[in-house]
Structure formats: structure tokens, C-alpha cells
Design a protein around this ligand. Structure first.
Ligand code: ACM
Length: 763
């Protein structure tokens, strides 16, 4: 409150519009916005006017009517011509701001959206829709009067969806497009091809999808439990579906940029057409692995004919200015080992395999440029020399962007770690599987899109920013949406709103409205980072100590211990609670009066206080730390799968601070997951401890290098599929110790994995 008053005073003193207090809930925050007096009453009888014959404006008006219908259940009628005298209507008018810019004037007597281009009209309509949708209420609404003048900071406001590792339905991609468009994101980079699959129908090469649109999942998920027959997982996008999606996106000012990977990440096309590669029988089954595969295209003329044919069909389908050709992570072992490739390197006079990759990409660029399009690739296309007209997508930090810009090339910032949306969003147990290292909503919001490492001139080459969702660990369509949203809303503000207008605190106040908007659009958005998480620990005199926290620490955590639903009037959480065993604790986050996320519920039992999920344990290493999904359902039948926190280079967990001065029983729930990673020779560094019994053992050590105090045979629990439980007694030792938990096993694959451990008193 104090902050708002001070800012308002400052605004008056310098006679600038009242921007600072920002009463309007618009995301991304507009370039200029001023609240005016009164409201515009939007009802089912409100009409949207467009000029006679303005087909584009009419299209936008119909979209606005449709969006209002989805969120509020009312559908204004679209009519041609001026509003009648005294009619309080919405008008879409040509003029004013160019490009994606627009002006929006909301007054009690009518609403006017003004823009020169269709894109601007669309974004004006989106802003009006946002002002009309602040919560999940239905029916007529008072839209706050306001004057908005708006235009984007960056031209490329992107999201990359990996549809190769896991397939998403066309319906889900439409939903993602809806969520993007509602936040003025304008580029969907569609990763259609990788080692695991080729998803886009190519008429001239039908085996690409017939063979490589499908794979057998790793481990237990790869066999039907009833028949034992291989399971086929996958899906393809037909050219008709692609055309429909491209049009659906374009209507929402979103360009779909297709990516066809080369020369690496090419196992899928090589399985379909081995003559394009360097080995006669590329391993079809390995398509269920993750990581970096060695399989590259060869550099025969016939391979370029193939790539040109594919790109021709792709360019016929996608009118995008840019065509993405991948170029990342093409390990050169096969090229190094091939006499034919080595001869080609000599013949061309290029320096080495990187020089050959540069020649490869330049040859493809000529074809793409020949069709009037531009090539974009991951930052590895810089290695060995950048193709003359190429644009660089910087993913290994921003070094690629710096290098590209200093050579006068355009660049898009989509760096690890912050803009990699396969990372989890908080430490909550409710997060979907993915990479363990967190990239939170706040991290994304605070991403610096104008880094000091670039000079002012170099910054002019930054086309924009993009978040990437790799889907190795994103098996379902719902999870793809949860990983994308609401982080894409934060990215949208980074991409659209000028630096000086961005403000995390202001953004957070708009989050309840944002979550309501996403819900209205049917977008599944991750609420876990807003929600309380409880840590239960043994307390004094048989009580349970419960501490609450939330990933983003936005607003106030409120709780009840009498079974009632927490409300904005419930006690605010301050310090750890001391609860009688058996108490039901319910908690929810509130921002003022508004709840943010769901209510979470725990029963404070002694067992719960002495139990930790693998995701609540410390990992011994951080080489490839994942929240890795089990290959089989928890109960061996249909249903949920366990999610293990595991460093797949060093499966080892630490229980901090176990008091071993009295006998304890350790009970562990364990699973077995396929070890399906292509990491070359690094695999040989993984320690596999030899078992003493046929199914292996769980080992307990004092610290990771200390005495092995228990060896608990896994027996049946080690056989899977699904989870099994084992227990054993820990010997008494003086004092409090960190316990290091590891497994022995016959081989690396499958790898035993810890799901949950408890330490209870007695034997
Ligand atoms: C990438 O993450 N390999 C672009």
C-alpha cells in the first residue's frame, strides 16, 4: 500500500500517466496503460462492429466473441458498420499503431480497438478479453475503463514443443496455441523429428512416419502385461492436420516454425531409410532411449536430395520465414570413423568434421534460401563456420548469441537452464516428472533478455526469446501443458513488455486472474509452486512438528486443523505447528482474498513424520538428476506410476540426520526403472555394485564413504514391475548420522530405484 502511494506521488510529480499503480490486470503488461473513470458494461446484447468488407477485422471480432463465450458464456453479435447513436458497443477500427501494435480505449459509452494490421486488432481484442476475464465468474461483466497503447518489445516470442520424444494430440497443440495467443506469444517452434520419432507425414518418403512415427517404450511399458506382446507407442501428424494447425495458429498471430533435425538426432529417419546413414542396420529399438545418439546422416548427394525433398514438402506446408534445421549435438564419432566421410573432408578441403557440418548446413541453407526462406539452427551451427544467412538459436547459455551477434547474425535467446521447461517448477511433490533442477516462474520472469555481455549494437540482433519444452520425461498431454503454463505467461511478459515496465511483484498480483484465464481456455496450468507443502517431523512429547512452505512464497499460507476448508480468514501460517498425532492439516495459499492453487491435506501421523519420498531426500550426485517416471504402474496394473528422484549416473540417496542411538527399522518402497540413456563412454563410469543375492540388495552406509551398516535383500520387491517393499533393522550406533542408500544389481539396466523410505523405532 505504501509502495503504491509513493509511486503515485512520484507519478504526479513528474506528470506521467498513472502507470505505476497499474490497476489493470493485463499480462503481458502493456507499454502504456491508464485507468479511466467508470466501466463498460459488457453483456450478451453487446455488439462488435467492424467496417463493411473488412474480412480480417470481422474474423478477429468473431474470435473475440468466441473467446468471451468460452470464458463468460456470452457471445456478442458481430455486425458490419458503425454503432447506432448512443449504442454502447465494441468497434474494431483500422488506423493507428502498425505491426503488432494496437490502441484500446474502453469507456462507459463504448470500446474502440484501433490497429493498422490484423495482428494489432487481434492483440487489442486479446487485451479487451483479459480485462473482461479477471476470475472465473460468468455472464455480464463491468470492464474497467482504460486507455491502452501497446506494442511488443521483441518480434520473436516463442515456445518450442518437442513432439518427437513424446507425441501430443492435435487437440492439445491447439490448446497450447490458445494459451500462447492469449498472452501475445507469436512463435511456435515445432520439434517434429528426433532420434525417437519422425512425426510429420512426408508424401515422398512414407516410411518416415509408417516406421518411425512409432516405437516400443522402454522396460515394462514396452510389453502388454496380458499378452507379453510389444506395445507400439507414438503418433503422426498428417499433412492435412499440419495445414489445419498452421492455419489455426496463424489466425491467432502465431507462426509455426518447423524443425527438421540434421545432421544428428537422426536415428528415426535412418531406421526408416538406412541408406541415408553410415550403418546398415540402425537400432530401431534404441528409439526408446534418451540422450545423444551417435547416428548421423551421411553426406552422399542422395542424402541431400532426400533432405531437399523433405524440406520442399515442409516449406509447402509451413509459410514461416524461418525453417529450423536443428544442428545440435551431432557427435562426430561416426564421421570420424568413416573412410568415405574422411575422403570427403579431404576433397572439400574443410578442416575437420565441424568444417564438414558447416558445409552440410550451408548446402541445406542454399536450398532453403532458394525458396525465399531463412535458415535457423541451434548454436552448434556456429562450429566450423556459420552459414552466410543463418540465424542462431542460443541454447548453451548465451554464448551462441554473443558469437552470432558479433558476426552480424540474428539470434534468438533460448538458453539453458532458465528457459528449459523440462525442468521442474518447484520442489513440490506434486510437480510432474522432469529434470530436477528448478526453473521457477520467477526465474523465467527474471530472465535477462538484454544481457550486459552484449553491446548495444549486438543486442539489436536479438530477435527475441523462446522457452523450450523437451519431452523425454513428459509422457502425457496434460503434463506438457503443466510444464508450459504458467511459465509461458512469465515468458510472455519478458518477451513483450519493455524492461522498465517489468516488475515481479506487479506480475504476481495478476496471477489469480491469469490462472482463471488459463482455466477458461481449458489450459492445464501447474499450480503446485503456489501451493503449501508440509514437512512433518517427530516433535516433542509424541507431537508432530509440521512446517509449511511454498515454492514461490507468494501471498499468505493459511491453514486449519479442524478438518474445515481453509479460507482467507483462516489463521496465517507463521512458525512450525505442533500437532497432536492424527490431526488433519489443511492449507492453502491466498493472495489477499483470492486463493492461489489448491488446498493440500496431510494427516500428521508418526509414520508420516518418519517417512521421506525419494524427492525429499538428498541425491549423492548431480550429474543427470531427474524426476524419473517408473516404467510400470505403482500397483502392477493400470494407473499412476511412481516418480523417482534419481541421478542416473549415481543412483544413491541420503537421509540426513538419523538418530541411531536406539534400534530403528528401515522400510523402503523400491521400483526398477529402465536405464535407457545414450551417453557414449560416460556410461562406463557408472558404478554397478555386485549383488550377493539373486535380486540384489539395498545397502545402508554411514555417510557415502563410511561403514556399511545394513544390507537388505530385495527379493521379490526387486523383481517388479511396479513397486515392492522391503525392510530391515539398522544396528545401534552412537549419535546422529547421514545415511547413504544405494543398491546392488546384476546390471545397470534395469536400475533399482528408491521411491520412499521410513525409519521407525524398534525392530
Ligand atoms: C538442445 O537442447 N539440444 C538444443
Amino acid at each position: 500500500m505504501i509502495k503504491v502511494l509513493l509511486l503515485a506521488t512520484a507519478a504526479m510529480a513528474f506528470a506521467v500517466p498513472v502507470l505505476a499503480a497499474e490497476p489493470l490486470s493485463l499480462t503481458p503488461a502493456p507499454a502504456k496503460a491508464e485507468r479511466a473513470d467508470g466501466v463498460f458494461r459488457l453483456t450478451a446484447a453487446t455488439r462488435i462492429h467492424v467496417a463493411k468488407g473488412d474480412v480480417e477485422a470481422r474474423g478477429v471480432a468473431l474470435q473475440l466473441a468466441d473467446l468471451l463465450h468460452r470464458a463468460r458464456g456470452l457471445r456478442p453479435m458481430v455486425v458490419e458498420g458503425e454503432p447506432a447513436a448512443g449504442e454502447a458497443a465494441i468497434s474494431l477500427v483500422r488506423g493507428g499503431p502498425d505491426g503488432e501494435g494496437y490502441a484500446l480505449d474502453v469507456a462507459p459509452g463504448g470500446v474502440k480497438i484501433t490497429a493498422l494490421k490484423r495482428a494489432g486488432l487481434f492483440y487489442g481484442a486479446v487485451s479487451l478479453w483479459q480485462l473482461a476475464v479477471q476470475d472465473d465468474s460468468k455472464g455480464p461483466v463491468d470492464v474497467p475503463a482504460a486507455k491502452v497503447e501497446d506494442a511488443p518489445r521483441f518480434a520473436w516470442r516463442g515456445f518450442m514443443l518437442d513432439s518427437a520424444r513424446h507425441y501430443q494430440s492435435v487437440e492439445t497443440i491447439r490448446t497450447i496455441i490458445d494459451g500462447m495467443a492469449a498472452h501475445k506469444l507469436n512463435t511456435l517452434h515445432w520439434h517434429l523429428v528426433d532420434d525417437q520419432a519422425w512425426r510429420i507425414e512426408i508424401k515422398k518418403y512414407p516410411k518416415l512416419t509408417q516406421v518411425s512415427g512409432w516405437r516400443q517404450p522402454a522396460g515394462a511399458a514396452g510389453r502388454d502385461p496380458k499378452t507379453g506382446k510389444p506395445v507400439r507407442y507414438g503418433g503422426i501428424y498428417t499433412q492435412d492436420q499440419v495445414r489445419d494447425l498452421v492455419a489455426y495458429a496463424a489466425a491467432r498471430n502465431i507462426t509455426i516454425v518447423p524443425e527438421i533435425e540434421m545432421p544428428g538426432h537422426a536415428l528415426a529417419p535412418l531406421v526408416a531409410y538406412p541408406k541415408l546413414g553410415l550403418t546398415p542396420n540402425p537400432p530401431a529399438l534404441a528409439r526408446h532411449d534418451w540422450g545423444i545418439f551417435p547416428y548421423l546422416y551421411n553426406v552422399e548427394d542422395g542424402t541431400f536430395d532426400f533432405l531437399n525433398d523433405v524440406l520442399d514438402e515442409v516449406m509447402d506446408l509451413f509459410p514461416s520465414e524461418y525453417i529450423h534445421v536443428g544442428g545440435d549435438e551431432a557427435v562426430k564419432d561416426q564421421w570420424k570413423a568413416s573412410p568415405v566421410i574422411q575422403a570427403k573432408i579431404k576433397e572439400l578441403g574443410v578442416k575437420d568434421e565441424h568444417g564438414l557440418q558447416s558445409w552440410f548446413i550451408q548446402r541445406v541453407e542454399k536450398h532453403i534460401n532458394g525458396r525465399g526462406r531463412r535458415l535457423i539452427g541451434w548454436d552448434e551451427i556456429l562450429e566450423g563456420g556459420l552459414a552466410p544467412n543463418a540465424t542462431v538459436m542460443s541454447w548453451r547459455g548465451i554464448d551462441g548469441a554473443i558469437a552470432a551477434a558479433s558476426q552480424g547474425h540474428d539470434t534468438v535467446l533460448s538458453p539453458e537452464p532458465t528457459l528449459y521447461f523440462d525442468r521442474r517448477q518447484s520442489a513440490s511433490l506434486d510437480e510432474p516428472p522432469g529434470r530436477i533442477i528448478i526453473s521457477s516462474l520467477k526465474d523465467v520472469y527474471q530472465f535477462d533478455a538484454a544481457p550486459d555481455a552484449l553491446t548495444a549494437d549486438q543486442r539489436k540482433h536479438i530477435l527475441g526469446v523462446q522457452a523450450n519444452l523437451w519431452t523425454e520425461h513428459v509422457r502425457t498431454d496434460e503434463r506438457a501443458q503443466l510444464m508450459a503454463f504458467p511459465r509461458l505467461v512469465a515468458l510472455a511478459e519478458t518477451a513483450w513488455t519493455k524492461e522498465e515496465r517489468r516488475d515481479w511483484d506487479g506480475f504476481t498480483t495478476r496471477l489469480p486472474a491469469e490462472m482463471a484465464r488459463l482455466k477458461a481456455l481449458g489450459v492445464a496450468a501447474d499450480t503446485a509452486p503456489f501451493e503449501p507443502q508440509a514437512t512433518l517431523r517427530p516433535g516433542q512429547g509424541g507431537a508432530i512438528a509440521a512446517s509449511l512452505s511454498s515454492g514461490l512464497a507468494i501471498g499468505q499460507l493459511r491453514y486449519t486443523t479442524d478438518g474445515a476448508e481453509p479460507t482467507a480468514a483462516s489463521p496465517a501460517y507463521g512458525e512450525a505447528l505442533s500437532l497432536k498425532a492424527g490431526t488433519v492439516l489443511k492449507a492453502r495459499s491466498f493472495l489477499g482474498e483470492q486463493p492461489l492453487g489448491r488446498t493440500r491435506v496431510w494427516t500428521a501421523t508418526e509414520l508420516a513424520a518418519n517417512t521421506r519420498e525419494s524427492r525429499q531426500l538428498e541425491l549423492c550426485g548431480a550429474a543427470i538428476p531427474l524426476m524419473f517416471e517408473d516404467d510400470a504402474p505403482k500397483n502392477g496394473r493400470d494407473g499412476d506410476r511412481a516418480v523417482f528422484a534419481i541421478d542416473v549416473m549415481n543412483p544413491c540417496w541420503i537421509w540426513k540426520g538419523a538418530d541411531l542411538s536406539k534400534p530403528l527399522t528401515l522400510t523402503a518402497r523400491v521400483g526398477q526403472a529402465p536405464w535407457n540413456f545414450q551417453i557414449g563412454a560416460a556410461k562406463d563410469q557408472i558404478v554397478v555394485r555386485k549383488p550377493a543375492t539373486p535380486d540384489g540388495e539395498l545397502e545402508v552406509r554411514l555417510g557415502c564413504k563410511g561403514e556399511r551398516i545394513a544390507v537388505i535383500p530385495l527379493g521379490k520387491a526387486g523383481r517388479g514391475p511396479g513397486l515392492g517393499t522391503v525392510s530391515g533393522v539398522l544396528p545401534v550406533r552412537e549419535g546422529v548420522h547421514d545415511l547413504c542408500l544405494t543398491f546392488t544389481a546384476k546390471s545397470l539396466d534395469p536400475m533399482p530405484a528408491l521411491d520412499r523410505v521410513s525409519l521407525t523405532a524398534g525392530q
